[in-house]
Ligand binder design. Structure first.
Ligand code: M7G
Length: 318
């Protein structure tokens, strides 16, 4: 089956700062942020330079995420030339300043979830975390019934697959209904620098919720994602496979199979061992035993207020 690449725009990083558009190509309303009434800070991190805020836009619940982005090497000389320096202190050979950069070099990446559900608010709230060990049986008895009734909508995923949203962001697509996928930038990545490169491959199949559903039947799908995803990233961004961390989350937030591709040097949220499963390990595990992910115990973190943790507690598993 034919494969397509988006516009042949090889090795291009997004540099346009102006006129950011919504999915339908319409400018995102400024009022979405200026009308935002803050209720509380859900989480913030000085090291990651981000803050997650819960509030209301008009009468709707919303979550706004503000994040300072990495300093870009390609704009360094402009940054140093066109900024103003304000001296803070000087002592011997040491001095510190506040550098006031021009607006277009001083953006804050902003993500808005609106209307936000209670589950969105909980996802971003800082919480005590517990590690749970789930057997295959626990998955079928506790987790599956829970996620079938409680998980996040995957409407945004269907919009991508049906080209109703983010169609212009697609980096690569293999349209095969069994082994095909769409590769596009994760919305955590603003595509302005490669240090925090982050793409996701979303499979066309709609019958695979997570790692737990995978058997050797899915090996052609998984090996296809690995090889064509890596090739596409090499072509588009000149980043070789040896610089990529390619993995699946268990538990994911969204139960439609997808694979994360991040820069190996970027400490992406959710890339730790208790949640990330390297795609190459998954492939080898399935080659060795088709029912590996049906039977094996898998450990994963759950937040204190996660309803699934309550189910595990009620069953005496935590
Ligand atoms: P996950 O493992 O299900 O959950 O990954 P996580 O969000 O807890 O990591 C889903 C991935 O899809 C994450 O990396 C999200 O940042 C990304 N993502 C979520 N949404 C709602 C969107 C979206 O609308 N567009 C894009 N491009 N990525 C998204």
């Amino acid at each position: 089956m034919a494969e397509s690449e988006n516009g042949g725009a090889a090795k291009r990083l997004k540099t346009d700062a102006k006129n950011d558009c919504g999915d339908a190509g319409e400018p995102i309303s400024d009022s979405l942020v200026s009308d935002f009434k803050i209720s509380r800070v859900l989480r913030d991190c000085a090291r990651e330079k981000n803050i997650f805020i819960h509030g209301k836009v008009k009468d709707q619940d919303a979550v706004v995420i503000l994040e300072k982005t990495p300093i870009r090497q390609d704009t360094l000389s402009e940054l140093l030339k066109s900024s103003q320096l304000k001296l803070e202190m000087k002592n011997d050979v040491y001095s510190t300043y506040q550098l006031q950069a021009p607006a277009h070099l001083n953006e804050i990446k902003t993500t808005v979830v609106c209307p936000a559900t209670e589950k969105h608010v909980k996802k971003y709230l800082h919480q005590e975390v517990f590690l749970v060990e789930e057997s295959g049986e626990d998955y079928r008895n506790l987790t599956l019934p829970y996620i079938s009734s409680q998980s996040f909508s995957v409407q945004w995923v269907h919009n991508i697959l049906e080209k109703k949203a983010e169609a212009d962001r697609i980096v690569f697509e293999d349209p095969n209904p069994d082994t095909g996928f769409v590769l596009l930038p994760d919305f955590k990545w603003d595509q302005k620098q490669l240090q925090d490169l982050y793409l996701i491959a979303i499979v066309h199949r709609r019958d695979v919720k997570s790692l737990r559903d995978l058997t050797s039947e899915h090996l052609p799908l998984l090996t296809n994602i690995r090889s064509k995803g890596e090739d596409a990233i090499q072509r588009q961004y000149s980043v070789p496979p040896s610089k990529l961390r390619v993995y699946l989350h268990y538990q994911p937030s969204y139960y439609h199979l997808h694979v994360h591709f991040t820069s190996v040097e970027y400490d992406a949220p959710g890339c730790r061992v208790e949640r990330a499963h390297l795609l190459s390990d998954v492939i080898q595990n399935l080659q060795a035993d088709s029912s590996h992910y049906h039977n094996r115990s898998l450990a994963f973190p759950l937040r204190a207020d996660d309803g699934l943790l309550l189910k595990f507690k009620e069953a005496g598993k935590v």
